[in-house]
Design a protein around this ligand. Structure first.
Ligand code: F0G
Length: 356
């Protein structure tokens, strides 16, 4: 079993070059993404019993989400082609990542986001990295359609996961999971929005098996938010609704790839309620010390549901990907917990408030 890598980590392109499309070294644009921890849970045995549950904490990427794995490749490739500007539609994280990698590459970034529906941290990142942020009166699906139109007619490169290099970069997370475990897990749980990541992990696991690095494949378990669950419903959702704004998507671009991954792996794509998502989100932070954003907790909420439904068994190895950092969305965190106690700057009163 290979333990967590030590020493300098040069980013996913350098580390996994033999698995990725060819790219000239001069074009590589990296912020040293990848090599995120796979954290063993310790305090959820009352729920999971003898199931081994691990968290792939993608919030520890440079811009705080898994998007960086795909963005390093998409932006590096664009740079190699001499592209001067990139564009994306986003529920927030893609825009933060595109803006950061474009800044590093010396490119312009244009990002289209649904007005009032992206988390504060993500918006602040896109702005700080110098992207032109356009907040549209519409949802992610509208934004993506407009971006597609623009890239047909103008010299700006699309860096949404329709860009094949995004998926190629993102598949490296599956390699890391296998290296850490020494094998693939029994089940891999993921939140599903535009459905690129579930596509990417499945590809990664398959490529690692082909290479002989692993002999098993996981069942891919995708979870959408109940109010934004087009794949579960079997049709696009015109007005998706969920507290997990990152996955508030009604017509995923990688729909058929996601259902193929589900079917080929023997997995499921199901829905969890916002209440279940928030419960899992708080559980991770309060019991495991791991702060993820609400959408990320859809993976754990899904695993809890599958355990309750008797799908998971003792001895199974279960990985939940936590796609983004909790600090991305401070408002949801603050609104889902009791307000901090106000107390006078007085020792006695403070001790009383502490229950001492
Ligand atoms: N979790 C987080 C935190 C996300 O930001 C996203 C997608 C997903 C899960 C779903 O991944 O789309 O590959 O199925 N965010 C995109 C964005 C849509 O614009 O940042 P997916």
């Amino acid at each position: 079993m290979q333990l967590t890598k030590k020493g300098l980590w040069a980013g996913i392109i350098h580390e996994y070059r033999e698995f990725l499309p060819e790219i000239g070294t001069d074009a590589i644009t990296t912020l040293h993404e990848g090599n995120t921890p796979l954290i063993e849970t310790s305090n959820l045995r009352d729920i999971f019993g003898a199931i081994r549950l691990l968290l792939k904490y993608e919030g520890l990427n440079p811009t705080g989400s898994f998007k960086d794995r795909g963005m390093t490749l998409a932006v590096s490739k664009a740079r190699e082609e001499g592209v001067k500007a990139v564009i994306c539609a986003s529920t927030g994280n893609t825009s933060a990542s595109a803006a950061a990698y474009a800044a590093k590459a010396g490119m312009k970034a244009y990002v289209l986001v649904p007005e009032g529906a992206i988390a504060l941290g993500k918006l602040s990142q896109a702005i700080m990295h110098g992207a032109l942020v356009l907040q549209i009166k519409g949802g992610f699906d509208d934004a993506l359609n407009i971006v597609k139109e623009i890239t047909k007619n103008y010299p700006v490169k699309m860096v949404n996961s329709i860009n094949p290099f995004r998926i190629e970069g993102q598949k490296t997370a599956a390699f890391e999971v296998c290296e850490h475990l020494g094998h693939a897990p029994t089940y891999h749980f993921l939140p599903v929005g535009n459905a690129g990541n579930i596509t990417a992990y499945w590809r990664g696991y398959n490529e690692y098996r082909k290479k002989g690095a692993i002999s098993n494949l996981p069942k891919m378990m995708g979870f959408q938010a109940e109010g934004a669950a087009p794949i579960v419903a079997g049709h696009p959702i015109e007005h998706p609704e969920t507290i997990a704004t990152a996955i508030k998507i009604g017509n995923p671009a990688s729909w058929t790839n996601a259902t193929s991954a589900r079917d080929a792996s023997g997995g499921v794509i199901e829905a969890v309620s916002d209440a279940d998502i928030i419960e899992a989100y708080k559980l991770l932070a309060s019991r495991e010390g791991v702060f993820c954003e609400p959408a990320s907790a859809a993976s754990l909420a899904g695993a809890i549901k599958m355990k309750k439904d008797g799908v998971l068994n003792d001895g199974d190895t279960v990985v939940c990907t936590l796609t983004g950092h909790g600090l991305k969305d401070p408002n949801t965190a603050i609104n889902s917990c009791p307000k901090p106690t106000k107390v006078a700057a007085d020792l006695k009163k403070i001790l009383k408030a502490m229950g001492l």
